[in-house]
Design a binder for this molecule. Structure first.
Ligand code: C2E
Ligand code: MG
Ligand code: MG
Length: 757
């Protein structure tokens, strides 16, 4: 069952825990991812803003370069000098290139003529080698733009001539293009401006301008200016760097579009910074969530395990008998259905066996319920130990068990198995120091022979069990169609018995009892007789149990008492002994009834003896003892019938002071020279005498039996040897003629050869 609990508990737990963990994990991961993503977004947008800042700062710086150039490029004289076929280099040096270096720090300059020829090259350190063809090539797009802007600055006049009117002329701005070039691997900011006249001029032909390109290295002061403007830190110019989150790179490109290098800076990363700040809190939160999730998971698992256990317990309890642990009736039914289906498909026989523990009530009543429980447990274990593989044993009710035996090979095989069952049960069961001998009655129905339907098979097994019990217990019966007839006839018998009672068809026979000398009849036992209209005689062994089951026993008992008391007047001085069923004591006014019958018949109570069997003690029914005591106190004699046939006969003697002890017929019939049986008989007589009781031996059939009992001081003798039960008239004659044993035997229509006839 533990495995079952684990499995189903686990299943329930995982059904709750897994989705919960998944939801919590996804939420946590989602929150983390979202925060990182938004941090990244904010970092990126910050970097873009910084990019724009740098681009703006660079543009400002370059615009400033243009402005610084303006003074020398919008100048008539300069325009003349640079366009002169042989330009005056020293003038250019003094007034333009060197001047620009001195005043504005342009450390390198070059003048490109109208025909794109290099007219003048300047470097503050006098070197000229810096001006290489590749540098020139880098500058060409900027030069062209300047030249084009210059050309489109001419306005066509109505006369067809061109008037040079630079757009920005009025504001004194040059036509310029700025950018970055690499010189010897170092980036330089440059401004390329058209060298143009100050005043408006009219010309028939538009010439491109000479262009002055002034350069200043992008480092030192210029770089720190940009840094200042942008308020960004860690500026440096270098070749492109490996991508890093915390380093921003602004790519510098020549006018040709070739990479020159980058302006790198330490990016401010607001998102990452924010993350860094909240990361510890997030970690704590994650830890707490994980702790809560684990705690909830563990708790859920424990709770579901407990739930599953109690559910499994409840299911087990609902399906099993608490005492023996065997499946109970409803579970048995389910298992039977499954087994029958299985057998049906396999084409195999299945036996349904109903089992009744014989005399269990006696064990329970005499040894107590805990002993009874132990017997049940022992029987359950033994049944389980002998049933073949995969067979089923169940406890149906108090002392009823049932088995299903699968795949029965043959009737012989089944008989062999049932023999084993009976052998196993017949071994003594030890209850404390006491040995209990149990026996079983079994009823067997076999599928498919007796049917397929489980209920039908159970009914038939029950009928077979009834048959086994009716035939004397400790036996087994296989279902036969005639048994069904018996059951039906039991119902019929109840109906007939009721009618017989109404129609006064019952009669009494009286069996005489002599005193010890066997010379005098001192008592008669009244025995019910029923001869049907058609002449069939029904034995009391048959109809008394039917009367008890149907409740007719009360009416029947009263009728017998009435009749016996009435007839007693015919036989003065003779005690009339009447058998009374335990069920009759259940009637709350039984004692009053007896007394009123005695009164009605004017019979002294001392003339009446009632015989009860040990079964009156069943169920520890104190009200029965109470009624017996009242009867005894009123003077009615009380006899214990069939003494010794039950379990704990001796203990009954302690519970009620019987007047008479009737030794069970079996002890007398067992006698016949059997020393043990004789010893038992003698000791019962001694015991009874010691307790002051009258001892009656019944079932005496031979002279030897009679003599033995007489010799051993048995108080009264009863049996066919003295007389069979007689009709009342016959009894009167018998009494009149009786002269002691050996007298004439009376033909007795109403007699029987035994109680189990
Ligand atoms: P019981 O009270 O033990 O009655 C004695 C039975 O033994 C009678 O059987 C009787 O016919 C039989 N018997 C007498 N002498 C001999 C003998 O020498 N040998 C043999 N083999 N049998 C002998 P019966 O009349 O068939 O009664 C059977 C049982 O039915 C009685 O056993 C009694 O328990 C019950 N019974 C009979 N009449 C009544 C009644 O009116 N009320 C109740 N409650 N039970 C009754
Ligand atoms: Mg009797
Ligand atoms: Mg008897």
């Amino acid at each position: 069952m533990d495995k079952l609990v684990k499995n189903s508990g686990g299943r329930i737990a995982y059904a709750i825990i897994i989705p919960m963990v998944v939801v919590v994990l996804t939420s946590v991961i989602g929150i983390f991812a979202l925060m990182h993503w938004s941090a990244r977004l904010s970092d990126e947008s910050a970097e873009q803003a910084q990019h724009k800042l740098i681009a703006g700062a660079l543009e400002l710086t370059q615009n400033y370069l243009v402005k610084q150039q303006t003074g020398v490029v919008i100048w008539d004289e300069a325009h003349h000098v640079v366009n002169d076929p042989v330009p005056n280099e020293s003038w250019i040096y003094n007034n333009i290139t060197h001047w620009l270096y001195q005043n504005n720090g342009f450390s390198k300059s070059v003048v490109v003529g109208r025909d794109m020829d290099v007219r003048d090259v300047y470097a503050h350190d006098q070197s000229r080698r810096w001006m290489t063809p590749s540098l020139y090539d880098q500058l060409v797009p900027a030069l062209r733009k300047v030249r084009a802007r210059y050309i489109i600055s001419f306005r066509k006049t109505p006369s067809g001539l061109f008037a040079f009117a630079p757009k920005n002329n009025k504001t004194g701005r040059s036509i310029a293009e700025t950018g970055v070039v690499s010189i010897g691997g170092e980036p330089y900011l440059f401004s390329a401006a058209a060298i143009m006249p100050q005043v408006q001029s009219i010309t028939s032909v538009r010439y491109p301008p000479a262009v002055l390109v002034s350069m200043v290295p992008l480092m030192g002061e210029k770089l720190s200016n940009i840094s200042e403007m942008t308020s960004l830190k860690g500026f440096l110019v270098s070749a492109p760097l490996v991508d890093r989150n915390d380093v921003g790179q602004f790519h510098l490109q020549s006018p040709r579009g070739t990479d020159i290098g980058v302006i790198a800076w330490k990016t401010s990363q607001p998102g990452s910074q924010m993350l860094m700040r909240i990361n510890p809190f997030l970690a704590i939160a994650a830890f707490m969530i994980a702790t809560v999730v684990i705690a909830v998971a563990v708790f859920t698992k424990l709770v579901t395990r407990r739930l599953a256990r109690s559910e499994a317990n409840a299911v087990h309890a609902a399906r099993h008998d608490a005492l023996s642990g065997l499946p109970n009736r409803s579970r048995y039914h389910d298992l039977l259905v499954e087994t029958l289906e299985d057998g049906f498909y396999k084409g195999r026989s299945t036996a349904v066996v109903y089992i009744d523990l014989d005399h269990f009530k006696d064990i329970n009543d005499t040894l107590g319920h805990s002993a009874g429980d132990k017997v049940i447990v022992a029987v359950a274990q033994r049944l389980k130990s002998v049933i073949p593989d995969k067979g089923i044993v169940a406890r149906i009710s108090g002392d009823e068990f049932a088995m299903v035996i699968k795949d029965c090979e043959s009737d012989e095989w089944l008989e062999y198995i049932l023999d084993q069952v009976q052998d196993e049960i017949s071994r003594p069961i030890m209850i404390g120091r006491r040995e209990i001998f149990a026996s079983l009655s079994m009823g067997v129905a076999i599928a498919p022979r007796d049917g397929h339907d489980p209920d039908e098979l159970l009914r038939k097994a029950d009928i077979a069990l009834y048959d086994a019990k009716a035939n004397g217990r400790s036996r087994r019966s296989f279902f036969e169609a005639t048994m069904e007839h018996h059951v039906q006839s039991k119902d019929l018998m109840t109906r007939d018995l009721r009618l017989a009672l109404q129609n006064d068809e019952l009669d009494l026979a009286y069996q005489p009892q002599t005193d010890n000398s066997a010379k005098r009849i001192v008592a008669v036992e009244a025995l019910a007789r029923w001869t049907k209209e058609d002449g069939t005689v029904v034995s009391p062994a048959q109809f008394i149990p039917v009367a008890e089951e149907s409740g007719l026993i009360n009416d029947l008992g009263i009728w017998v008492l009435n009749k016996a008391c009435e007839k007693a007047h015919d036989w003065p001085g003779v005690v009339v002994s009447v058998n009374v069923s335990p069920n009759q004591f259940k009637h709350p006014r039984f004692v009053e009834k007896v007394m009123s019958i005695l009164a009605a018949n004017n019979l002294p109570p001392q003339r009446l003896e009632i015989e009860v069997t040990e079964s009156v003690f069943a169920g520890r029914n104190d009200s029965v003892l109470h009624a017996l005591r009242r009867l005894k106190n009123l003077g009615v004699k009380v006899a214990l019938d069939d003494f010794g046939s039950g379990y704990s006969s001796l203990s009954y003697l302690r519970r009620f002071p019987f007047d008479t002890l009737k030794i069970d017929r079996d002890f007398v019939s067992d006698m016949n020279g059997n020393a043990e049986a004789e010893a038992i008989l003698v000791s019962i007589i001694h015991l009874g005498k010691a307790l002051g009781m009258t001892i009656v031996a019944e079932g005496i059939e031979t002279e030897e039996q009679s003599r033995f009992l007489q010799e051993h001081d048995c108080s009264r003798l009863q049996g066919f040897y003295i007389s069979k039960p007689l009709k009342d008239k016959d009894l009167t004659t018998f009494l009149n003629n009786y002269q002691g044993i050996g007298g004439s035997g009376f033909g007795a229509d109403l007699s029987y050869q035994g109680r189990s006839a």
